[in-house]
Design a protein around this ligand. Structure first.
Ligand code: CA
Length: 234
């Protein structure tokens, strides 16, 4: 089987080399970039067919930062991005999610965890590709409509632009309107990430989703999880 392609973007060479070495040892084909412009150039030159399948992207970079890199590469071709942040700062994380990052890890991180996150992102890519070949499902929860085939969503007749992760999260919630899903369950179903250590990832994405579909649409059940509130009907 052909190696999956990962791009590692980090200006601190020691970290970049360590991440790249570990991913290569795990069987990935790894390319490395050390600044913002270099990462964008590498993606553009590779073209959509040969470009990275996952990008591991540090936020703090020379040239322009990881958020700008994410915005620019997502504009050409959607690719899953694992953002590395120096601080466990929610503002930082929300900006990352807004520009299309799918997941994030706070430094310092364990290599084992990084590899697991990269694999989870690839499984999601594969599953999305598989789903795309299936007949489309139309999930209707009141006035929230989610089309899995075209990956379009609308609320009260207005189309909403969602990142791939936000779409998957909304689709999961819309499949069981009104029903509470635990954060652990959402993490497993949407992120394919079984460990409970990433439940804040769920919270951050719910926050981003609320900003787009309306804060009252996703109900928080404290200590349990989230539920989609069906609106008034189509
Ligand atoms: Ca850096």
């Amino acid at each position: 089987m052909e190696s999956r392609r990962v791009l590692v973007v980090e200006d601190e060479r020691v970290i970049n080399d360590a991440v790249a070495a570990r991913l290569r040892a795990e069987g990935f084909a790894v390319e490395q970039a050390y600044d913002g412009p270099g990462a964008v150039r590498l993606c553009a030159e590779a073209g959509p067919e040969a470009g990275p399948e996952v990008v591991v992207l540090d936020v703090m970079l020379p040239g322009f930062d990881g958020h700008e890199v994410c915005r620019r590469i997502q504009a050409t071709k959607p690719v899953p991005v694992l953002m590395l942040t120096a601080r466990d700062d929610e503002a930082d994380i929300l900006v990352g999610l807004a520009v299309g990052a799918d997941d994030y890890l706070t430094k310092p991180f364990r290599m084992r965890e990084l590899v697991a996150r990269v694999r989870a992102l690839l499984r999601r890519v594969d599953r999305a590709a598989e789903l795309a070949t299936r007949p489309s499902a139309r999930l209707v929860a009141g006035d929230v409509v989610v089309e899995t085939g075209t990956r379009r969503a609308s609320v009260a007749g207005q189309e909403v632009r969602l990142t791939p992760t936000e779409f998957d999260l909304l689709a999961r919630l819309a499949a069981v309107p009104g029903e509470v899903l635990t954060r652990e369950q959402l993490l497993a179903d949407v992120w394919d990430w079984p460990a409970a250590s990433g439940t804040r990832t769920v919270d951050s994405h719910v926050k981003a989703l609320r900003a787009k579909i309306g804060a009252d649409r996703v109900r928080t059940v404290h200590g349990v999880g989230y539920a989609l509130e069906p609106g008034e009907g189509p």
